[in-house]
Write a protein that binds this ligand. Sequence first.
Ligand code: GDG
Length: 453
Amino acid sequence: MKYIVATARAPFSHDRIDGKDVVKQNAGGVASSLRRLMNDSGGTWVCWGDGSSDSYYQEEKVDGYHVSRVLLGSHEKRGFYDDFSNGTLWPLFHYFREKIKTEDRAFDTYVTVNRKFAEKIAKHADRETVIWIHDYQLSMVPGMIRKMLPDSFIVMTWHIPWVAGEFFSILPQAREILESLTSSNMITFHTDIFVRNFLETQEQLLGSAWTIRNKVLAIPLGIDDKYYGAWNLSETRRRSNPKRKTIFSIDRLDYTKGLKNRVLAIEHLLSRHPDLKGKFNYVMLVTPSRTTVSDYIAMKRELEMNIGRVNGRFSDLDWAPILYMYRKVSDNVLKNHYRFSDIAFITPLIDGLNLVAKEFAAASEEGILILSKFAGASSDLRSAIIVNPYDIKEMADSLYRALNMDPEERKSRLADMKAVVRRKNSAWWLSRIEKEISKRRPGETNKPKPTGN
Ligand code: GDG
């Protein structure tokens, strides 16, 4: 099958550093799965060229596929990315009512940019290609393509949650977005709950959902379990103080991730169990994100104030409960944390899936995962300790339980989770999607299989 894949984020970008063009790979899990697909099957990847030198590489051939970049001016970037995608749709689809901005003209710019993507896609499409569009930044693209190429086969994969119909209808442009999405031939989400919410939204806004029921599916993204489970010994370090247990998390700085509640849970744990002082460190890695959006700047200040308060209250000269790091780390450093941390503390207030939870399960040697019940990944990782991220006491109790869990229970929970991430890995995800496309695409099942010559 040949694809045109469209994502806002690029598989890699070109940046000018010290007078030279440097290629920067996109490390995220979505990009690496799609990269594998494109390397294997060829086709075109349409994306936003946001690197400082990307204008010199608008159309580019790499490995087995073609990259076609959409270039945006600073006004377009602000309206499309900062304001409508991240200032309106992101809080809407994560139930943050008070953060949803609906007052400005950003939707017009969002539509203009979505049209730029649709035009690029149409330029590269032929009758054989499947057009696979990803995520909330490109929600108007399916409807545009349907008008430009009425017979095309369009798949939409939605990576973030889909909310209840009544909540979605807060959005002034709710109908337009829903009509665009449902003009796809197939729509995939990460969980059954999001599928149910989407069908209910359709019933409420556009009438009966039975016409689209068959094309809306839950197919959760998997990870490359071999990559996270494999070790290059020369790059591996053990944790620095084996007598202390390590609690670990890594997140983008985002209000959906529940970072402050985790700090409060550590505070609760230490005030209930003062004997735990000096017995663990919480290594809290936070990756800079959306640094130009004002909400994120205020949130960083609040988080750091809370970390300072808790560390100030419990630290002594040779120990602090929270080791906070605000930076990006290399894959090897990340894999090292996954492998040797005793506990991963992954408690988003809501999350479409959460790849970190799956990566930890694949890489960990003997760790235990504490996972929010509102992360999509909790439908797959049922052997984690599942918590309500709003319940500070429950989170503190779960930390206590994990710190004291006997090795047999720990091993058996981890083995269950490893089995799931191995079975439902990224190759499984791609093949499930491909199978569902084949079932729905007219004539596809009768086509002869390529011989590979
Ligand atoms: C959307 C949805 C859904 C992060 N910091 C570093 C780093 N990472 C890597 C992790 C992981 C990925 O980035 C983050 O995973 P998410 O699951 O949060 O993915 P997003 O793309 O941010 O979010 C989410 C996802 O789409 C997939 O459908 O799960 O719910 O919001 O792979 O490892 N990697 C390295 N250094 C870092 O500092 N090397």
